[in-house]
Ligand binder design. Structure first.
Ligand SMILES: NC(=O)C1=CN([C@@H]2O[C@H](COP(=O)(O)OP(=O)(O)OC[C@H]3O[C@@H](n4cnc5c(N)ncnc54)[C@H](OP(=O)(O)O)[C@@H]3O)[C@@H](O)[C@H]2O)C=CC1
Ligand SMILES: O=C(O)CCCC(=O)O
Length: 507
């Protein structure tokens, strides 16, 4: 079957690399990495990873469960005893070596990423550059984490403050950014002296495994970085163990709010440190003063990055009535030019959805909206002619507050447009949900820019900009979008605790 696929697929060259292991790319059977050893599951079981563009199997990886995860935790705990005592300079240098290797191999990593996620190759390359930037950032930040000495009100005392690594951290990551989410979490944790057990998503473990090959080459000691691969059948049990095991000090998770809540509960008994990057429902507001061309171009980037499967993707478009028709016309004229298809084909801008669950969710949300009166301007149906998991880029108008596209994140290539009259109305609609990750608005009115930025109930705001993520900025949400911030100089806080030392009886 694999042979058939290779001979038919336009992605022949890239996948040939994956099958044969040429250039060190993923081979048909991959292994997980625990305590510096490439290893199979204790059960001997594997699960398949397939390309969502065509359903063909790309590779098989170990299906690890609780016993494997326990070994990984023990290894990480044992490695922590030495890693926590390394100097910031040592950690910085190893991270830098990892970064250099990731950069040297970024094209190969991007090919693997496209093969398992369906993401267009150009976008996969962009994600690898983006993910690598976190490794570079934290290799530099490692040496900048400083303590303080505070003057006491008692002359014979000194107050010292240190930031110390919390210990072993479990990193549970999603399929939508298989490289960047691991890089953003792992580099931060490792830079301050924590050790990690990574559990990537079932759909996209190959990019993660490839990244760890370069971590090994960079010289991280055994046990400092561990990766356990699990099928969806094992994810909940492995997650529970990571949350509840007393050797694990904290969890960092990116994914759905539903799973985030489960992890929050499971971490409660052990009062574990918890970083949560959960779902959003981002408003994108176009005010009448906006430059409409900027608004349209930025909206397309925000919405269609990774085919809409991004937690910061614009979810509800709010357009002021004065510019509604002009905006919709410009938007649709660009949406109809978007090229969807196999991520390895030249010029493709949109790939498939990751799996059947996502396809069903998008199909259901659009059906729900149209059955309640929404109008399909373009798209509105699966693109079966391209493959089983493709959905046409879609624009809907006539959106009302009872529709799922209004109340929940769609995670797909669907734009839902709502008409509003006043700024107050736009703010009220934007804030009328219990999540608050990103929000975007377009305006040339400086007072309005400050006012709206202040009033949007989100952790991040893009003003006249649709792409706001970068290593230097704090990424994170408020309300039920999560806890903590990733990236930026604040990105190590989830992985350190503050040690206060009082030195007394000084003469
Ligand atoms: N904020 C974000 O960036 C993301 C948001 N989402 C949202 O979530 C929806 C569903 O996507 P989905 O893939 O199901 O996201 P999940 O939250 O289920 O998956 C994210 C990660 O958590 C793992 N996981 C799943 N269940 C548990 C559990 N009980 N304990 C510990 N880990 C667990 C998954 O493993 P496995 O893959 O094996 O199931 C994966 O590694 C999307 O439609 C979207 O709305 C999804 C991905 C990212
Ligand atoms: O969508 C997500 O799951 C988070 C990553 C997106 C980004 O870093 O911009």
């Amino acid at each position: 079957m694999f042979k058939y696929f290779l001979s038919k697929s336009p992605t022949f060259q890239s996948l040939r690399l994956i099958q044969t292991g040429v250039q060190g790319a993923a081979s048909k059977y991959e292994k997980a990495y625990i305590n510096g050893q490439w290893t199979s599951a204790i059960s001997g079981k594997y699960f398949e990873v397939s390309n969502p563009s065509n359903g063909k199997v790309v590779a098989e990886v170990p299906d690890m469960g609780v016993p494997d995860a326990q070994i990984a935790i023990d290894s990480a705990f044992s490695a922590f005893q030495n890693w926590k005592n390394t100097t910031a300079k040592d950690r910085s240098q190893i991270l830098r070596r990892w970064y250099n290797l990731l950069v040297e191999n970024q094209s190969k990593i991007a090919h693997i990423l496209t093969a398992e996620s369906g993401k267009p190759l150009l976008e996969a390359k962009g994600e690898v550059v983006y993910g690598n930037s976190f490794v570079e950032w934290f290799s530099e930040l490692s040496r900048q984490v400083r303590g303080e000495i505070i003057e006491s009100s008692v002359p014979s005392k000194k107050i010292l403050i240190h930031h110390q690594p919390i210990g072993v951290v479990g990193l549970i990551t999603p399929w939508n950014f298989p490289h960047a989410m691991i890089a953003r979490k792992a580099a931060a944790a490792l830079s301050v002296g924590c050790t990690v057990v990574i559990k990537p998503a079932e759909d996209t473990p190959l990019t993660a495994i490839e990244m760890i090959k370069y971590a090994e080459e960079a010289g991280f000691p055994p046990g400092v970085i561990n990766i356990i691969t699990s099928s969806r059948d094992n994810a909940a049990d492995v997650g529970k163990l990571l949350c509840e095991n007393h050797l694990v000090a904290g969890i960092s998770f990116t994914g759905s709010t539903t799973v985030g809540r489960i992890l929050y509960r499971q971490c409660a008994n052990g009062i574990k440190r918890l970083g949560l990057e959960l779902g959003g429902n981002a408003p994108l507001i176009v005010f009448k003063s906006a430059n409409l061309d900027t608004a349209v171009d930025s909206a397309l980037v925000s919405k269609f990055r990774n085919c809409g499967q991004t937690c910061v993707a614009a979810n509800r478009f709010l357009v002021q009535e004065d510019v509604f028709d002009a905006f919709v016309e410009k938007l649709v004229s660009k949406v109809q030019l978007l090229k969807m298809g196999d991520g390895f084909q030249n010029g493709v801008q949109l790939g498939p959805l990751i799996n059947e669950q996502q396809l069903n969710k998008v199909t259901d949300f659009v059906h729900d909206a149209t059955s309640k009166g929404a109008k399909v301007i373009i798209g509105g149906k699966p693109a079966n002619y391209l493959g089983e998991l493709f959905y046409e880029p879609t624009v809907l108008t006539g959106i009302t507050s009872d529709m799922k596209v209004y109340t929940e994140e769609i995670f797909g290539p669907v734009i839902s447009i709502i008409k509003f009259k006043t700024e107050e109305e736009a703010i009220n609609i934007s804030n009328s949900c219990d999540v608050g990750l990103a929000g975007y608005f377009f305006s040339e009115d400086i007072s309005q820019i400050f006012r709206v930025s202040k009033n949007l109930e989100t952790g991040m705001v893009g003003v006249n900009e649709g792409l706001i993520s970068c290593a230097e900025a704090p990424f994170g949400g408020i309300k039920q979008s999560g806890l903590g911030r990733e990236g930026s100089h604040l990105g190590t806080e989830d992985y350190t605790y503050i040690k206060y030392t009082c030195i007394g009886n000084l003469s």
